[in-house]
Design a protein. Structure first.
Length: 306
C-alpha cells in the first residue's frame, strides 16, 4: 500500500487535507512530527509523497515549508488543495460554557478565534499547545477545559462539541502542497500554478529585474515571499508563485531568463490550481503567439524572410 506522509499528529487540518488528496482505504497515511520530517521521509524514500501546509490566508506563509523546499535535495509540488479553516470547540461531556476556565490550542488556531473567545468565553485563559490535536488530548486528560480543534478531531473522541464552525474570518483557508521527488510533471491544464525560489545578487534593482522577466511575458504573479538564506545578512531567497505551467512557452522562456540572471533558481513545481482562478494570458503571450514568433525568428535566421 502506498505510504503518504503528512504534518501530524493525527486529527489535524493537515490530515483532513491529505484525505482530500488520497483515499485512506488505498493509502497508508503517516503522520510526521514536523514539516522537515515529512519532507525528509520523501527524500529518503520512506514514503512516496508528503502533504504539508504552505500558507494560511490569515496567518500568512509557513516558514518551515518554504525553508524545507528551498534547502536539501530537490522536491517538487505536483498538486495542491485549499481547505476552509473552521474550528470546533471540544469539551468533556457535561461541560458548559460557564464551566470553562482554560481553553487550549495551537497558537495559530487561537489567533483565528480570538474574537469568538472574547465574545463567548471571555473569562477563559488561553494555553498554547503544539497542535490542535494535542489540545484535544489535553482536555481529555483534564489539563484544560476546552480545546479549539479541527473538525476531524471529534471523530472517535470521547469529547463533545460545545461549538462548531467557528472562526473570526469567515473565508479563512489554508493551502497545502503535495510534494514528491522530481519526476514527470502533471500535464498542463490551462489553469496551473508554478512555484520557484530564486536568489539574486545583492544590488539595486535585482528583484525588479526578476519581476520584469515575468511582466514582459504577461505572467501573473500570485505571491512573493522573502526568507533569509542563512548565509549572510542582507541576502534573501524569494519565493514566487505565478500563473502558468513550465510546459508553456512563455513560462519556460521566463525561467530560462531567470536562470541566466539569478545566482540560483530552484523549480518547486507546476500543478493545477485548487482555486480555479488562473487568469488568461496577456495579449501576445499565449502559446500560439510564442510558437509563431519562434517560427518567424527561425525563418529570418535562415534567410527565408525578412
Amino acid at each position: 500500500m502506498p505510504r503518504i506522509a503528512y504534518l501530524g499528529p493525527e486529527r489535524t487540518f493537515t490530515e483532513q487535507a491529505t484525505r482530500r488528496l488520497f483515499d485512506p482505504a488505498a493509502h497508508e497515511l503517516v503522520p510526521a512530527t514536523t514539516v522537515a520530517a515529512a519532507l525528509e521521509s520523501v527524500r529518503l524514500d520512506k514514503v512516496e509523497a508528503a502533504v504539508v501546509p504552505v500558507e494560511n490566508s490569515v496567518e500568512g506563509s509557513v516558514p518551515p515549508t518554504l525553508d524545507g523546499l528551498a534547502l536539501g535535495s530537490p522536491l517538487v509540488a505536483v498538486a495542491e488543495t485549499v481547505l476552509p479553516v473552521r474550528f470546533t470547540v471540544l469539551v468533556r461531556p457535561g461541560t458548559t460554557a460557564a464551566d470553562i476556565r482554560t481553553v487550549t490550542s495551537h497558537p495559530h488556531a487561537l489567533a483565528q478565534v480570538r474574537e469568538w473567545l472574547a465574545a463567548n468565553l471571555p473569562g477563559a485563559a488561553e494555553l498554547a499547545t503544539t497542535s490542535t490535536a494535542a489540545a484535544a488530548v489535553a482536555v481529555a486528560q483534564g489539563s484544560a477545559d476546552a480545546a479549539i480543534t479541527a473538525p476531524i478531531a471529534a471523530e472517535g473522541s470521547a469529547l463533545t462539541a460545545l461549538a462548531t464552525d467557528i472562526g473570526d474570518v469567515a473565508d479563512a483557508v489554508t493551502r497545502f502542497l503535495l510534494v514528491r521527488k522530481p519526476g514527470p510533471l502533471p500535464a498542463p491544464t490551462g489553469n496551473d500554478r508554478t512555484s520557484i525560489v530564486v536568489v539574486t545578487e545583492n544590488r539595486p534593482g535585482s528583484l525588479s529585474a526578476v519581476l520584469v522577466e515575468l511582466a514582459l511575458r504577461g505572467i501573473d504573479l500570485c505571491r512573493i515571499e522573502s526568507r533569509p538564506t542563512r548565509e549572510k545578512l542582507g541576502v534573501y531567497r524569494f519565493f514566487l508563485d505565478f500563473a502558468g505551467h513550465i510546459a508553456e512557452p512563455r513560462v519556460g522562456d521566463a525561467l530560462a531568463a531567470l536562470h541566466r540572471s539569478c545566482s540560483d533558481v530552484r523549480f518547486l513545481g507546476s500543478f493545477p490550481r485548487a482555486d480555479g482562478q488562473s487568469p488568461p494570458p496577456a495579449p501576445g503571450t499565449g502559446a500560439a503567439e510564442f510558437t509563431e514568433a519562434g517560427q518567424w525568428l527561425a525563418q529570418v535566421r535562415a534567410g527565408e524572410r525578412a
